[in-house]
Design a binder for this molecule. Structure first.
Ligand code: PRP
Ligand code: URA
Length: 209
């Protein structure tokens, strides 16, 4: 079973509270989502391998650490995942970005795919699949299957708010994928919205209804 990391640093909890508030408009919502994504990226990358290199300081030659191993790619699930990419770029500016277009059919609640463009070398990259919301888990599970089918082997999933139902589904579908969330909420309501949640993340990011 994959591990669930709840990244509940006080700064993240504070920003998430403002993100949840009904009165928070799109401009502030975008800023907060990206700020939380930056703070979370710090923890999501905590286990990156390091290697020694020799450098010369103004004082002497020494060995020091640099990041080794696989390069990263960020994979936002469109649309709402886009709201976390700039925040991750703040820490990992050289990351490549793959896009997966999925929306949740409001009737069936099943994810429907409409776009995919991945870096050509995803099999040799560590992927961070991002979406603010993990509700039923259908979109995340489908997106991750999508990148696995295209060769990705090393994948993490990062969201802002998760429902227990979505965590369970994602863990069952992809036990190799660790889940990073800023909050684990109570449950889904009858429309499969997360409670207390923050509403429709895509609509709030982009000012649509
Ligand atoms: C939202 C959200 C996730 C999905 C979560 O996207 O951003 O992708 O729903 O629900 P699930 O876990 O039950 O699949 P939505 O389908 O509203 O599309 P959007 O990002 O284009 O707004
Ligand atoms: N998608 C959202 O944007 N919010 C939810 O609560 C559930 C799915």
């Amino acid at each position: 079973m994959s591990k669930v990391h709840i990244i509940d640093h006080p700064l993240i909890q504070h920003k998430l509270t403002h993100l949840r508030k009904e009165e928070t408009g799109p401009k502030e919502f975008r800023e907060l989502a990206n700020e939380i994504a930056t703070l979370m990226a710090y923890e999501v990358t905590r286990d990156l391998p390091l290697e020694d290199v020799t450098i010369k300081t103004p004082v002497m030659e020494t060995t020091a650490k640099v990041i080794a191993g696989k390069k990263l790619a960020v994979v936002p699930i469109l649309r709402a995942g886009l709201g976390m990419v700039d925040g991750i770029f703040n820490l990992i500016p050289a990351a490549k970005v793959g896009h997966i277009g999925l929306y949740r059919d409001p009737e069936t609640l099943e994810p429907v795919e409409y776009y995919c463009k991945m870096p050509t070398d995803i099999e040799s990259r560590e992927l961070i699949v991002v979406d603010p919301m993990l509700a039923t888990g259908g979109s995340a599970a489908a997106a991750i299957q999508f990148v696995k089918d295209r060769g990705a082997e090393s994948i993490k999933f990062m969201c802002l708010v998760a429902a227990p139902e979505g965590v369970k589904k994602l863990q069952a579908a992809h036990p190799d994928v660790e889940i990073y969330t800023a909050a684990l909420d109570d449950k889904l309501n009858d429309h499969a919205y997360i409670e207390p949640g923050l509403g429709d993340a895509g609509d709030r990011l982009f000012g649509t209804k």
